[in-house]
Design a binder for this molecule. Sequence first.
Ligand code: DAK
Length: 255
Amino acid sequence: MTDYIQATVDGHIGVIQLNRPEVANALNRQMVDEIVQQLEKFDQDRAIRVIVIKGNHQAFAAGADIEEMIDDTPFSLEQLNQFAVWDRIRLIKKPLLAAVNGYALGGGFELVLHCDLIIAAADAQFGFPEVTLGVMPGAGGTQLLTKMMGRQKALEWIWLGERMPAEVAYQYGIVNRLVAPELVEEETMRLASQLATRAPFAMKLIKEAVDAAFDLRQEGMTVERKNFYLAFSSNDQQEGMQAFMEKRPPSFKGD
Ligand code: DAK
C-alpha cells in the first residue's frame, strides 16, 4: 500500500502517478521513499520496459515538503540520510520518462532532471526557488542544471530562484518535447510505447554509456550536499521557510 503515489501498468509501461494534490504534490520523505521503491520494482520487473513518472494538472511536484523540513538541522539531515534514497534513482537502468504539467520546482525539478526524457506542457514551469527559502538545491540540482545549461545560466536561474518557462527549458535541451497541456500524457505514452518496441537490454547499455559521457561527478554532488547541510545552520533558512508557511515575503539578514 502506498499513500502518496499510485502505480499502474499499461502494457510494457510502468506508470507512477504522484498523488498528493492538496499540497501541489510536495514531496515528503515517505513519498520519496514510495517513488524510489516503486521505481526499483518496475526496474526489476521483466515485463516492464519503460517507466513514466507523472504528476497532475496543477503540478508535477512543488518541491520538498517545506513544513517537514522547517525544523531540520545539519544533524537531523545527516541522521535521516535522505540523499541515499535519491541516489538510488540514478541506478534505475530502464528508460525513465517524466510527464510534466504545471509546476516542477525544487525537489520536483530535481526529480524531473533525474529522468531520461522529459515531456512538458507548453505552460509548465520549472525552477529552483530554494534561495527564496534561505537554502539551496540538495538533490543534484546545482550539478544537473549546470551540466545541462552551462555555468552562467545555471547560476542566474538558481540565484534568482525564478520560475523557468517550459519554452526556455526546451531551448536549453532540458525538455525533449513541448506539447499542449492536455496532450502531455498522450504524447508521453506514445513515446514510451515506441521505446517499448526497442531492444530492452540494448537501451540499458545505451543509457549507461550516455551517462558515462554526461560524467556527473560524485565530487560535485558531495559539495552540494555539504552546502545544503550548512544552509540549515543559518537563521535565513528558518526565516525563509517560516515566511513561506506564513505566506509573506522573507527578510534575509545573511546570518
Ligand atoms: N511544501 C509544503 N507545502 C506546499 C509546498 C511545499 N513545497 N508547495 C505548496 N504547498 C502547499 C501550500 O502551502 C498550500 O497549502 P494550503 O495553504 O492550501 O494549506 C497548497 O500547497 C497549495 O499551494 P498554493 O496555495 O501556494 O498554490 P498556488 O497555486 O498559489 O502556488 C506553487 C503553487 C507551487 C507555485 C506554490 O505553492 C509554491 O511556490 N510552492 C513552494 C515551492 C518551493 O519553494 N519549493 C521548493 C522547496 S525546497 C533533499 C532533497 C531535495 C530537497 C531537499 C532535501 N534531501 C535529499 C535531503 C528539495 C528542497 C526543495 O524542494
